[in-house]
Structure formats: C-alpha cells, structure tokens
Design a protein around this ligand. Structure first.
Ligand SMILES: [Fe+2]
Length: 166
C-alpha cells in the first residue's frame, strides 16, 4: 500500500535524525571547548540545549504515530562529524579555529534543515497534524541556528581570521 510505504520512509527518516541529534549531544561540547568567541560559545550552548529539546520532541513525534523511538545510524551525519573532528584536531584556539567550527556547524545545520523539512512535508502529506507541528518547531530552530552562525561569522569571526597571516 502506498500510504504505508510512505510511513516507512517517514519512520526511517525519524530514526536517522534521532541518531544524528544524539551524536550531536556528544560533539557540540567539543566544539564549545575549542571556541574562543563569546558569541560563538553562546550560540553553540543554545544549540546544545535545543538539541536536547529536539530529542524529546522527536520522542513525541514517535508517540503521535504510536511507535517506540529508535535510531538507525545516519552515515551522512557520522561523516559530517568525522570531518569536523579531523578539521578541528590540530586547531589552535582563535579566530581561524572559530571559523572552522562555524563551517562544520553550518554543514551539520543544513543536513538537519533538509531532514526536518522533508519530515514535516511527509507528516503534512499523511495528515499527521501534531507530528507536522512538532517537526516545524525543530525546523525553525535549525534555521535560526544557521542564521545565527552566519551572523557571528560576518560580525565577529571572519574579519579577525582574515587578518591572520598564512
Ligand atoms: Fe538539531
């Protein structure tokens, strides 16, 4: 049946983003510990808090479809986190390291925006109104986190990084 196949896709994507959010709970504190800009530290701290809320929101979404929350490894997010880890491995604290953190964090945000956007659309198509509302909330948070990172790069980090000699 068409509808149940779409529901399977919906559930698979939910498991994927739940895995991703749980991994981010471990990765964001590492980024915070390497950041220097007060604004960046604040933004990442907010993101960490939002990530915890998004995990419980996902549990709520699973509840709306009467399914137990579970995860499936998200290779894309695993790859983004592995790249971030590699890039930040030898980074010396300062504006260039902050610019690298923003670069990694924005790639992660965009993956999350794509996934929550898809999930919301799927929920709307299947007329899962409550699920769609919950997913929309997380989508908005991810979008504003991305915007905040662009703002910090533009206002605080990139100009300082640009003045560093190669
Ligand atoms: Fe998130």
């Amino acid at each position: 049946m068409q509808a149940s196949k779409l529901m399977t896709l919906f559930e698979d994507q939910l498991k994927d983003i739940l895995w991703a959010e749980k991994e981010l709970i471990k990765s964001i504190p590492k980024m915070i510990s390497l950041a220097s800009s007060v604004e960046l530290i604040e933004a990442l701290t907010t993101t960490l808090e939002q990530t915890k809320e998004q995990i419980s929101r996902l549990a709520q979404v699973f509840r709306t479809i009467e399914t137990k929350p579970s995860t499936v490894k998200c290779d894309a997010m695993a790859g983004l986190i592995a790249e971030a880890t590699e890039m930040l491995e030898d980074c010396e604290k300062g504006p260039l390291c902050d610019a690298s953190i923003i670069s990694a964090a924005q790639k992660i945000e965009h993956y999350e925006i794509a996934t929550y956007g898809t999930l919301r659309e799927l929920a709307e198509t299947m007329e899962l109104i409550d699920a769609a509302k919950l997913l929309e909330k997380s989508l908005k948070e991810e979008k504003s986190a991305d915007k905040m990172l662009t703002g910090i790069a533009r206002e605080f980090v990139n100009l300082d990084a640009a003045s560093l000699k190669a």
